[in-house]
Design a protein around this ligand. Sequence first.
Ligand code: CP
Length: 531
Amino acid sequence: MSSRKGPFKGRTVAVVNDLSLDEQRYLYRKAGELKRLVRSGGDASEFRLNDKDYSVYLIFMEDSTRTRESFRNAAKFLGARTNLFDTATSSFNKNESMSDAVKMLYGYSDESCFVIRSKLEGVCRWLEESLGRYADICGRPRPAFINAGDGKHEHPTQEFLDEFSFIEQLGGRDERIHLALTGDLYHGRTIHSKADGLKLFREVEVDLVAPEILGMPAHYTQRMRDNGFLVREYESLDEYLASGKVAPIWYFTRLQLERMGDEVLEKAATLRKSVTFRKDMIGLLPEGTRFYHPLPRDRTAPTNPTFLDETPLNGWDSQSANGYWTRIALIAMAAGLLGADFEGEAKAPQAFEDDFVHEARVVQRDKPEYKVGIKPVEDGLVIDHISSGDSIRDIWGHLDAIRRMLKLDVRGGHGVFHNNQGSYKGIISLPDVTSFGGRDLKKLAAIAPGCTLNLVHEHRVVKKYRLSMPPRIYGFDEISCKNELCISHPTSLEGATTEFHRKSERGDPGGAKFVCRYCEREHAFREIWDL
Ligand code: CP
C-alpha cells in the first residue's frame, strides 16, 4: 500500500458537487500550475506518481475520443498502470454485473481509480457504495470512481475543464461570468453539469438558447435559479442576438441525435438551424467573445461551423487540451498525491436527520374517540388525518395502500370522514395493536405524511405523534426510480437499493419532490411508489 495520504485519496467524483467549491478551486489551481510548468519546460516531478501498483482503469461503455484519450494520457503522465477495459469483448456480454467486473479488476492492484462512461446513470455513485463496502470488508483502500459521462445525467470532468477554460479567459478571476449555452440543452449532460459547476462564480448570468423541444429540463433551470443565477431563455440565436444582452462566452453543443426519439429526429434540420452560427452574426458579438464546445462537433452540420476555426472566436481547441491538465490533477488528487496544501472548506458528507416523528398535544375529550363510523377503540392504535384534503377516491386508494404495505391484515376498521377544514381525511383503527416498529413507522410517514398516530388506552388518547415526510426514503420494495436509464431501475439488475432524498416540501406534503440518490432524477412524491 502506498504512503500517499492526501485528503482526496479514494474520493469518488460522480457529480460536480462531489467536490466542494474550494476543492474545485484547488483542482484548477493545480491544473494551472502543472500546465505552466510543463509548457515552460519546468520540473513537474511533484505531479508524477511513478507507481505501477496504482491502476487507472478506463471503462468506456459508450464511444469517446477526448475523455478516454485525455484520461489515458493523464494516467501515463502520472506514471500509473493504465488499463483500457474492452467492454465490447468482456464478460458484460455474458450478463456479468458491473460490480462483479469492477470487483475483479480492483483485486489486481494495490490501489485503483476507475474512470467510467456509461449509458446508465448513477453508476459511479452505486460502485462507490458497493465496492466501498467490499473494500472495507477486505480491509483495503477504497477505490476512487470518476464519472466520465453517464447517460444524460452529468459529465463532471468535462465541467471541470470547462470552468478551468472560462477562468483562463477571465484572467483567473471568478467574481462574475455571463455566458450563453446553446444547442441541445435537453440531452447535453455537459450543459446539465453547468447548473452546479458555475457556482464557482459569485455572480452568474446564463442565457439559454434553444428551441423549446431541445430546451433545458425544467429542474436544471430551477436549480440554476435556486443557485442564484440570473437565467434568460431564447428560442434561437437570431432572437438572442436581437436581445442586445449578448454574452462574451458562448458554449455550443451538438444535437445528440443518438439520444432522440423519432419525433424529434424528424425536425432535426430545422432545430439545428436555429442554433447554428452564421457569418453574418459575427458583427453582433461583443468584443473579445470566445466560443467553446465540449466536442465532438458534427462534421456535416456543426453548430459552430468550420469557418470559425482560425478566428479569435475559437476557444474550443484550447478548452479540449485543458482536459489533459485537469484530469492529471484530478487523478493525482484521487491517488492521494496532491492535496497536502489544500486549504478551505472540504465537501461535507450528506447528513439526514430522521425528523419525521413529532409528539403532538393530546386534547382530552369526555366522549369516546373515533366513534364516527368506526367502532370505538378501547386499547390500540388509530391512524388519523390520512391524506387529509385529497379527493375521496384518492383517500380510499391510500387507505388500501397503507393496509397492504404495512401488512395490516388484522382486526380493525377504516374509512373516509370529514376533517375540520370541510374536506376529507382517512382513518384506520387498529384495536389491540399497541406499537409500530421503527421501519413501519417510517413507511407510514413516507406513504401518508401529515397523518397522526394515536395511542389509545381505556378509550383515551394517551400519546399522539404527527408524522411528516422523512428526509430519505429507501429500502422499501414498493419504491423505484422511474428513470429507465438509472442504475437503480429494476431492469438494470445491478441490485442497487432504491433511495430517494427529499428535496423540498411545500405546505402540502404531496407537493414534496424527491431525487433519486443515483441519477438525481426528480420525482413527485406519489411517483416514487409502485402501488
Ligand atoms: N467532450 C467529450 O466528452 O468528448 P468525447 O465524447 O470524445 O469523450
